[in-house]
Design a protein around this ligand. Sequence first.
Ligand code: G3H
Ligand code: 13P
Ligand code: NA
Ligand code: ZN
Length: 328
Amino acid sequence: PLVSLRTVLDHAAEHHYGVPAFNVNNLEQIHAILQAADATQSPVILQASSGARKYAGEMFVKHLIEAAVASYPKLPVVMHQDHGTSLAVCMSAVNLGFSSVMMDGSLKEDGKTPADYHYNVTVTREVVQLAHQKGVSVEGELGCLGSLETGMGEEEDGVGANRKLSHEEMLTDPEQARQFVEATGVDALAIAIGTSHGAYKFTRPPTGEVLAIERIKAIHEAIPHTHLVMHGSSSVPQELLSEVREFGGDIKPTWGVPVAEIQRAIKYGVRKINIDTDLRLAMTGAIRKHFITNPADFDPRAYLKPAIAAMRAVCEARYQEFGAAGMA
Ligand code: G3H
Ligand code: 13P
Ligand code: NA
Ligand code: ZN
């Protein structure tokens, strides 16, 4: 059935596991995730960004996810808006039938410029008041998810404005998190603890700690009833990069968040783990390989099938690794 994010994450907290939240844009990605969840009996969080809603068309996103719910009636499925940039975006998701929305008030409506704390509280509180009336969960965000490379030496990738901030300043402050939760009533909170979005997270192989684990512990202690969310959680597996490169892709050397680090984060309170990049890499590698090895094929089903299989394998692995398997 379609369930709220609160329902799924309350169960995860009670049983000490994490739930991967996978980004979706099309039919094939939804099939890959549901096949993996069905095979492992895992709870499902399907999240659509504003870009996904624009790409697919919002009626398609809604009805594709509803088709997944109807096709797998026993699995709990959350339909979540990823990175809502305004009250209007979040409320349009609620009106479409989403069971959960993220109000990312850490950024202004352009989705780029850092916003101040007061704006974040005000807009997020408004979303919570309206969404909760309809039984819809709300995820907020506090802190600056950037090019932080905790324990990785100097920054080399430098993503814009974040460069000017020190590592400490970029991490979510536990006391501010407590105030934010009290003022807004969010069900879940995305925190800045050392991750960043996209494929280019770390410029060399992570040795030792990548995440600010002590900070996760402190935030979890400050807001024990609010579920912690980790964005930018792709592991960027080297074997997926190799396949993309082997079949003509051009991807610079890069590393992601090791699965073992995510497992430690789950141990200390992280419940929702956002993953998009790994899925993109898996599908792209499979499609590139198919085109190169079957140059005469031109039926889209022929190359989308291995793409689904490759993405499904990543999803199954994450369900197992995060302890979500068997929890549906
Ligand atoms: O946080 C961003 C997600 O990876 C979705 O990306 O905005 O390109 O759909 P997108
Ligand atoms: P990745 O780019 O690490 O997959 O993160 C995705 C994400 O956080 C979506 O909100
Ligand atoms: Na932010
Ligand atoms: Zn994100």
